[in-house]
Design a protein around this ligand. Structure first.
Ligand SMILES: Cc1ncc(COP(=O)(O)O)c(C=O)c1O
Length: 383
C-alpha cells in the first residue's frame, strides 16, 4: 500500500490542501524538468530537429499506458474544449437524433455539445439523478442507460461528476452506446491519473483530459485518446507537424497532403512546447509508478474517517459503488452554511471547494491523515 508521497511535492508546511480537483500541485520532478528546459532554451543551437517530436512521442506513449491504448491513438491538445470540438466537428448526426449529457456537466463539454446540436439540428437530452434518493449514482446510471437509444448520436459525460464525484458505470454506458450506434465521449479530467480507466474495456470513442489536475501536469496541456472512428477525420487546424513528411526538415515544402496515421492529426500546432512537455512527461512517469489503483486505495484509507464523521453529524455521502475515493462532495447538515464554513476552513489553512450546498473534498497522495483531522475539527467547531 502506498504511504504519503508529500516529500515529492513542494507544498507549504502547515497547509492542508484538499483541493486537487481545483488544481493539482506540482511535483518536484516536474518542476525540475521545467526549470532544466527553460535553461536549455537559452541557447537555440542546442535545439535538435528531433526535439520537436520526441517529448510529444514520450507523452503520448505514457498516456497510452495509463488508459490502455496505443500511442498512435493519443493527441496532444491545449484544453478539453479543443478536444471535444476536434471530435464533434467530425461527427455526423443521425436524422432527428439526439445528444445526451448529464445535469451540471462541466461547461466545456456542455457548450461543445450545444454547438454541435445546434449546427446539426439535434436535440439535447440532459439526464439528472433522482434528487430524493440517498444514492445519486444508482438512479443517475440507470437513467443514463435507459436514455441511450437508436436516436442517440452521441453521449458526452465526465468519467466522474466534477462537482459531486459520483461515478458513472463507463463499461455499461460504453456497451449501450456501441449497441445503439452512438459515439461515446468521456471527459476524464477529474479522474484519469487517480482512478484506473481502460478505454478498450469501456468502448470509449474519445477520452479527453486536462492535465493540470489528476495528471499533475502543467496548465494549458490536455491529452486525448481518440479512437478509430475518428482516425480519418479533419483536424481543427493544419499543423505542418502532423504530416507524414514532418520529420524530414529538408522536404517540408513538398506539401504532403497525408496526415500521420491515427489520432496524431488532432495534435495542436506547436505541441512540442519545450518547457511544458518535459514537465508533463515527469508527472506521467510518476503516476505510472504509483498506479491509479494504488492512489484510489490510499485515498480510501484517508477518507474513511471523514465519511464516518459526516454520517455522525447528520450529513450524507454517496454510498458504494458510486463513490470515487479521491473526490467526493458530502452533503452537510442543513444548519451549516457552506460559504461561511469555507471561509473558516481557509482561516485554518484548509483548502477545499464548495459547489452549491456541497463541500467538495479531493484527496491525493500528498495528503495525510492530519489533513482530514484538521478538516473534521473545524467542521465540528463550526457546528
Ligand atoms: C470535468 C472538467 N473538465 C474540464 C475542465 C477544464 O476544461 P478546459 O480544459 O476546457 O479549460 C475542468 C476544470 O475544472 C473540469 O472539472
Amino acid at each position: 500500500m502506498l504511504t504519503s508521497q508529500k516529500h515529492l511535492f513542494n507544498l507549504d508546511p502547515g497547509v492542508h490542501y484538499l483541493n486537487n480537483a481545483y488544481r493539482g500541485p506540482q511535483l518536484k520532478s516536474s518542476e525540475e524538468a521545467g526549470i532544466a528546459s527553460i535553461i536549455q532554451q537559452r541557447n537555440p543551437i542546442q535545439l535538435k530537429p528531433t526535439d520537436f517530436f520526441e517529448g510529444v512521442d514520450s507523452v503520448r506513449k505514457l498516456f497510452g499506458q495509463l488508459v490502455n491504448c496505443e500511442s498512435s491513438d493519443v493527441a496532444v491538445i491545449p484544453s478539453t474544449s479543443y478536444g471535444f470540438s476536434s471530435v464533434l466537428t467530425n461527427l455526423k448526426p443521425k436524422a432527428r437524433g439526439k445528444a445526451i449529457v448529464v445535469q451540471d456537466e462541466f461547461p466545456s463539454g456542455y457548450f461543445s455539445i450545444a454547438r454541435w446540436a445546434k449546427e446539426n439540428q439535434a436535440t439535447i437530452e440532459t439526464i439528472a439523478p433522482d434528487s430524493t434518493s440517498a444514492s445519486k449514482g444508482e438512479s443517475w446510471n440507470s437513467a443514463l442507460l435507459e436514455a441511450i437509444d437508436e436516436k442517440t448520436s452521441v453521449v458526452l459525460i465526465s468519467s466522474i461528476h466534477w462537482m459531486s464525484g459520483v461515478k458513472y458505470d463507463l463499461e455499461a454506458i460504453g456497451a449501450k452506446c456501441q449497441k445503439m450506434g452512438a459515439v461515446f465521449i468521456v471527459d476524464g479530467t477529474q479522474s484519469v491519473g487517480a482512478m484506473p480507466i481502460d478505454v478498450k474495456a469501456c468502448q470509449i470513442d474519445a477520452l479527453i483530459c486536462a492535465t493540470y489536475k489528476w495528471l499533475l501536469g502543467p496548465y494549458s496541456l490536455s491529452l486525448a485518446y481518440i479512437g478509430e472512428k475518428f482516425h480519418n477525420g479533419i483536424p481543427l487546424e493544419e499543423s505542418w507537424m502532423n504530416r507524414v513528411n514532418a520529420r524530414d526538415f529538408g522536404r517540408l515544402s513538398e506539401y504532403e497532403a497525408e496526415y500521420i496515421s491515427g489520432a496524431a492529426r488532432y495534435t495542436v500546432g506547436e505541441a512540442a512546447n519545450f518547457v511544458l512537455m518535459p514537465m508533463l512527461k515527469a508527472s506521467l512517469m510518476q503516476i505510472l509508478k504509483w498506479t491509479p489503483s494504488a492512489i484510489q486505495k490510499y485515498s480510501s484509507s484517508l477518507n474513511l474517517p471523514l465519511i464516518d464523521f459526516i454520517s455522525r453529524i447528520g450529513g450524507q455521502t454517496e454510498p458504494e459503488p458510486y463513490l470515487a475515493e479521491h473526490l467526493f462532495a458530502p452533503l452537510l447538515p442543513k444548519n451549516i452554511n457552506t460559504a461561511d464554513l469555507k471561509q473558516e476552513l481557509e482561516a485554518n489553512q484548509i483548502y477545499v471547494s464548495t459547489r452549491g450546498e456541497y463541500l467538495r473534498v479531493s484527496i491525493n497522495v500528498f495528503n495525510e491523515k492530519e489533513d482530514i483531522s484538521a478538516l473534521m475539527h473545524v467542521i465540528e467547531q463550526h457546528l
